[in-house]
Design a protein around this ligand. Structure first.
Ligand code: GN1
Ligand code: MG
Length: 355
């Protein structure tokens, strides 16, 4: 049993603790209590998130905004304060722990088993974005500095190359050439954010389908989870990351790159769900959605590769070349988007036109 659970008010005695292997960053446990109550206990990765307090403040600010604006359905999960009234438990050894009720009769999906699943995912993230359209994004702290600042991510890759801490740069010449050849386009979204072409919103920023809870009976989306990266951003990031992960024809670490590409049908389904649930986007934002897919995928390619060069400090890995495989997989997706670019833009325009 994780003793940290005793820092929180819970129903019954904790009797079982299982680790849930899902995300690449935090460590997550399912705790079962006598009497049946179940909880999710998370150990926040403080290498990735040095300021856990900011995460919890952001979540609290958004929660009160949603409650005040009468958002009826639970758009997000809610955390339980510690017994001494803190939003998370600081164990004094660098660990930051937080707790929420397990949502009974719900499940997560690593990939859409049918198109309707992805449509539900789109609606959940679209609804989240729409509910926060009026939220003053500048009130949110940056939980990870420059999280989706793509030019800054390129700068971090350059630093990782210069340091070559794990002596791996000589293995990745081709990958570096691929990424740097696309740096200008990769930076274009950030430019449109800086010059005000695109509005800064409160966004989720980590919109993988496995960050959506589904209801086990209805198979409808219940709410979005993993709110650690909720911060000022662009709607195109949320659209882009969801497509990158959920509309890929293969897993994020598939090494047979012939299997990796963009499923345009899933792309269309997601676009429909997202735009239906988020009617408040501006014309420019809608136009920027395909670019969001392109940029976020390149960006994650740079992040995986930089982490590989640093010796795998950030993303958890199952084997030594895992981050390199992930980076190559993202690059294959980017190459496929380049082939399908006109189609990607056409689908967004078509779906937007028939709303
Ligand atoms: C991480 O924690 P998880 O697995 O939901 C990462 C995302 C990446 C994703 C790639 C805080 O998300 O940015 O897109 O892995 N989250 C953080 O799978 O860095
Ligand atoms: Mg997650």
């Amino acid at each position: 049993m994780r003793e940290e659970i005793h820092r929180f008010p819970i129903d019954g005695e904790p009797i079982r603790c299982e680790e849930i292997k899902a995300g690449h960053v935090n460590t997550t446990y399912l705790i079962t209590c006598s009497g049946g109550a179940r909880y999710i206990l998370q150990d926040v990765n403080t290498y990735a998130f040095p300021k856990t307090g900011i995460i919890m403040d952001n979540v609290a600010a958004i929660r009160s905004y949603l409650a005040a604006s009468g958002e009826s359905a639970p758009a997000m999960i809610s955390y339980i304060d510690t017994t001494d009234g803190q939003r998370y438990y600081d164990d004094g050894r660098g660990g930051a722990w937080r707790l929420y009720r397990f949502v009974e009769n719900s499940f997560c999906l690593d990939r859409a088993e049918r198109p309707e699943d992805f449509y539900e995912c789109a609606r959940a993230f679209g609804r989240f974005q729409n509910a926060l359209i009026g939220f003053p994004a500048e009130q949110l702290g940056e939980t990870i500095k420059d999280f989706h600042n793509t030019p800054a991510r390129y700068a971090q890759l350059r630093e990782a190359v210069a340091a070559d801490a794990a002596d791996r740069v000589r293995e990745v010449g081709e990958e570096l050439a691929f990424l740097f050849a696309r740096e200008k386009k990769a930076s274009s979204l950030q430019r449109m954010r800086d010059d005000g072409t695109l509005p800064t919103r409160a966004t989720h920023n980590d919109t993988k389908i496995n960050n959506v809870l589904f209801d086990a009976d209805t198979r409808r989306a219940v709410c979005v989870i993993d709110l650690d990266t909720v911060m000022p951003g662009l709607s195109a990031y949320d659209f882009g990351d969801a497509i990158r992960f959920g509309a890929s024809t293969a897993a994020e670490d598939e090494t047979d790159l012939d299997k990796v590409g963009l499923d345009l049908e899933l792309y269309r389904v997601f676009t429909r769900g997202f735009l239906e649930a988020c009617p408040a986007l501006t014309e420019k934002e809608i136009e920027s959605l395909p670019l969001g897919v392109y940029v976020i995928t390149l960006e994650l390619g740079t992040r995986f590769l930089a982490d590989y060069l640093k010796g795998d400090r950030y993303f958890s890995i199952d084997y030594p070349g895992h981050n390199l495989d992930r980076a190559r997989n993202q690059m294959k997706l980017v190459a496929d988007y380049e082939e399908k670019w006109n189609e990607m833009c056409r689908i967004v325009a078509e779906v937007a036109a028939c709303r």
